[in-house]
Design a protein around this ligand. Structure first.
Ligand SMILES: [Zn+2]
Ligand SMILES: [Zn+2]
Length: 290
């Protein structure tokens, strides 16, 4: 099999050739059909996460070791199954849930492996999808995507669950009042699409980039607002009829820190503020503030 690995932070990925894994026990091997690139991959490649205030969290501090095959948004076709792998067969096309835990602790046992303190996530702690083949430890991580093209389904594994997790936290108000979403990048547009499917009334998208505001408009945002405008807070206030019931922040840290000031000046009436990030980013996939 081939993979393209980070061997040195900031250096080009290296083409690696090794034996294609043979599945044992409950393991499943898939041929990679689609692999998304997440913004977090850039942090991994850099070698650190910028956590603001001039502080950096290094890869080693998160248990990430090089060389690493990145890629946590993957769809593959099953090419081999271990003798104990049930419910999946050669030829099946599956989305791979990447947020794997130890499988043994309390949070893993209750089905929240993404919160495990000993994570072994695909493309971060174990080999990911920037490769021809991928080994998955158990069929429970595989999801049927019948009817969705692999390249469209792949981002659901991170971008999709990140946006969904944030929206779910404000689901009580989605059908009644407009939600303000700060950041109209990949995850922001994913949230916009999901918002509609979840019965959302209206979504006001805030972004400092005119191209992204345009994309949000084309994707069905009820209103777009320039986050860099001096009167951005006034515009948000007017668009929400006096204050937002729910604000979801889906922007990079450098960018969002300036947005934060706007958000805090929005008179949120008993509102909710959800900060959304890639599921594995610093373990703070979503913080909630009332
Ligand atoms: Zn665990
Ligand atoms: Zn991600």
């Amino acid at each position: 099999m081939l993979s393209f690995d980070v061997c040195e932070c900031g250096a080009p990925l290296q083409r690696m050739e090794r034996e294609t894994p043979q599945p044992k026990g409950t393991e499943v091997v898939l041929r990679v059909l689609a692999a998304g690139v997440c913004h977090s991959d850039l942090h991994i490649w850099d070698g650190y996460y910028d956590i603001g205030g001039g502080q950096k969290l290094k890869l080693q501090d998160r248990g990430v070791k090089l060389p690493l095959t990145m890629g946590h948004e993957n769809v593959g076709e099953v090419v081999a199954v271990g003798p104990d792998a049930k419910g999946v067969k050669v030829g099946d096309v599956r989305l791979i849930h990447p947020w794997m835990g130890c499988g043994e602790c309390i949070v893993c046992k209750r089905g929240e492996e993404n919160l495990c303190t000993k994570p072994c996530s695909v493309g971060i702690h174990r080999s990911g999808g920037f490769a021809t083949h991928l080994l998955v430890p158990h069929p429970r991580y595989l999801f049927d995507i019948t009817g969705i093209a692999p390249e469209k389904a792949a981002p659901l594994a991170c971008s999709g669950v990140t946006a969904y997790s944030a929206l779910k936290k404000v689901s009580d108000t989605l059908g009644q009042a407009p939600v303000v979403m700060i950041g109209a990048g990949g995850v922001g547009l994913m949230a916009l699409a999901l918002h509609r499917k979840m019965g959302g009334k209206a979504a006001i998208m805030v972004d400092i980039d005119p191209a992204k505001r345009e994309a949000a408009k084309a994707a069905g945002a009820s209103q777009v607002i320039d986050g860099a405008a001096k009167d951005a807070a006034d515009q948000i206030r007017a668009a929400t009829g006096g204050g937002a019931w729910a604000v979801i922040e889906i922007a990079s840290r450098e960018w969002s820190s300036s947005q934060l000031r706007i958000s805090t000046s929005v008179p949120s009436v008993s509102g909710q503020w959800v900060k959304s990030a890639c599921q594995h980013s610093l373990g703070c996939s979503a913080a909630k503030r009332m």
